[in-house]
Design a protein around this ligand. Structure first.
Ligand code: ADP
Ligand code: MG
Length: 382
C-alpha cells in the first residue's frame, strides 16, 4: 500500500473521520555540488519521489499529537511549553520546527495526525529534512501565516542545527521546500536563489544505496567544516565560495597539504556545479556525466569522504555502458551514490549494477530509479 494511504487509513481508524489536510515533503538526492553548501557555494539536488506524509486535523487546544507509523509511537507536546530535546527522538524534529517557527514570530495552532514516510531513514536521502518540512507544512495548514519556501527551509535547518544540535548545510531543507517536478534545482547557498533546470531528455536518475552506514559522519563532517573555514580565513574571505580555481592555484602552496586538498575539492566542485548547469541547459548528458565522475574523484581523493563500498558501487556503475556518470552523494562514508543513465535502460542498469556490486562486496544494495518531484505541498485541505 502507498505510504499516503497507510497514513490516511490509520488516521481514519484513530480519529473516526477523514483528515482535514494531507501534506507531503520529499527527500532529495544531490546530482553534484557536494560539501559546498556550508561554504556558501552551489548545489544541484532534485527532490525525489519519496517523502514524509502527514495526515492531520486542527485541534482546539494548543497541543500537537503525532502518531508515527514508522516508529510505532504516539507522542504529544504543548506548544506553550515545548519540551527540550531528549536524545533526538523523532518527535524532537517536530518540536524543533515548532520552536523555530515560534522564534520567528509565526503564530501557531495545534493539530493532530499520522506521520508516515518512504524516504529510507539514515541512508543520506534526507528523511530528516523531509520530516522537518512536512511538519512546517502541517503548521502552515492549521495556522495563519504565509508559506515562503526559503524561509521554511531556514526554519527546518534551525530546528536541526539549533534545537537538535546537528550541523547541516541548507541544501536538504531548501530542496525539500522548493523542489520542482521534472527539474533539478541549482541552489546558490548564499543567496538561496534557486534555478529549476531540466535534466537532459532520455536520461534517468538512479539512486544506488550501498546498504552501508557509517557512525562517524558527524565528527568527520565537523572536521571538514573546520578545515574549509581555516582555508577561507587564510585567504581572507568569508567562505571558499569567494575564490576561483585560478587564484587558488597560484596560492595553494601557502596551505598545509590536508587543508589544501580540502579547499581544492570545494573550489573545483563549485566550478563543476556551475558547468553542470551549462551541460543540462545544453541537454548534454555526456558532459554532465563526466562532471559527476570528476566530482567523485575529488570527493574520494581530496575531500576523503568516500568509502570502499561507495567506490565499489560507483565503479560498477561507471563501467556500465548505459551510465553517463555516477558519484557518491550526501555527506559520505556510506549511504548512497547517484547515477545518470540512459532512460530506456535504467531498470536493466539497476539490475546489472546491483548484482555486480553485491558479488564484489557481499553487501546488499538497494537501487531505485527516481523522478524529480515537487517540494513540500498540501495534497488535500478542507
Ligand atoms: P537522513 O539521512 O535520512 O536524513 P538523519 O539521521 O539525518 O538521516 O535523520 C533520521 C531521523 O529523522 C530518524 O532517526 C528519525 O528521528 C527522523 N525521521 C525521519 N523520517 C521519519 C519518519 N518517517 N518517521 C519518524 N521519524 C523520522
Ligand atoms: Mg538528515
Amino acid at each position: 500500500m502507498h505510504t499516503l494511504d497507510r497514513a490516511t487509513q490509520r488516521f481514519q481508524a484513530e480519529f473516526a473521520t477523514s483528515p482535514a489536510a494531507i501534506v507531503r515533503a520529499p527527500g532529495r538526492v544531490n546530482l553534484i555540488g557536494e560539501h559546498t553548501d556550508y561554504n556558501d557555494g552551489f548545489v544541484f539536488p532534485l527532490a525525489i519521489d519519496r517523502a514524509a506524509w502527514l495526515a492531520l486535523r486542527p485541534r482546539a487546544d494548543n497541543c500537537v499529537r503525532v502518531i508515527s507509523l514508522d516508529m510505532a509511537d504516539d507522542q504529544s507536546f504543548d506548544l506553550d511549553d515545548l519540551p527540550r530535546p531528549d536524545a533526538t527522538r523523532w518527535i524532537d524534529y517536530i518540536i524543533g520546527v515548532a520552536w523555530a517557527l515560534q522564534r520567528g514570530g509565526y503564530p501557531l495552532a495545534g493539530w493532530e495526525g499520522v506521520l508516515a514516510g518512504d524516504v529510507p531513514i539514515g541512508s543520506g536521502l534526507s528523511s530528516s529534512a523531509a520530516l522537518e518540512l512536512a511538519a512546517a507544512r502541517a503548521f502552515y495548514c492549521v495556522s495563519d501565516f504565509d508559506w515562503d519556501a526559503a524561509q521554511m527551509a531556514q526554519i527546518g535547518r534551525a530546528a536541526e542545527n539549533e534545537w537538535l544540535g546537528i550541523q547541516t548545510g541548507i541544501m536538504d531543507q531548501m530542496i525539500s521546500a522548493a523542489g520542482v517536478a521534472g527539474r533539478a534545482l541549482l541552489i546558490d547557498c548564499r543567496s538561496l536563489e534557486t534555478t529549476p533546470t531540466p535534466l537532459p531528455a532520455t536520461t534517468s536518475i538512479v539512486i544506488l544505496d550501498t546498504g552501508t552506514r557509517r557512525g562517524l559522519v558527524g565528527s568527520a563532517y565537523n572536521e571538514r567544516r573546520a578545515q574549509c573555514e581555516s582555508a577561507a580565513r587564510h585567504f581572507g574571505i568569508s567562505a571558499l565560495r569567494d575564490i576561483d580555481l585560478a587564484t587558488f592555484a597560484k596560492r595553494a602552496d601557502e596551505l598545509e597539504p590536508v587543508i589544501r586538498w580540502r579547499a581544492r575539492h570545494v573550489i573545483s566542485e563549485n566550478e563543476r556545479t556551475l558547468r553542470a548547469r551549462d551541460a543540462m541547459l545544453a541537454g548534454d548528458a555526456e558532459a554532465l556525466g563526466k562532471l559527476m565522475i570528476a566530482s567523485h574523484t575529488s570527493l574520494r581523493d581530496d575531500f576523503e569522504v568516500s568509502s570502499p563500498a561507495l567506490d565499489a558501487i560507483v565503479n560498477c556503475a561507471n563501467a556500465d555502458p548505459s551510465c553517463y556518470g555516477a558519484r557518491m552523494t550526501g555527506a559520505g562514508f556510506g549511504g548512497c551514490a547517484v547515477a545518470l543513465v540512459r532512460r530506456d535502460d535504467a531498470e536493466d542498469f539497476s539490475r546489472r549494477v546491483g548484482a555486480g556490486y553485491e558479488s564484489a562486496t557481499g553487501n546488499t544494495p538497494a537501487l531505485y530509479v527516481t523522478r524529480a518531484s515537487a517540494g513540500a505541498t498540501t495534497i488535500k485541505s478542507e
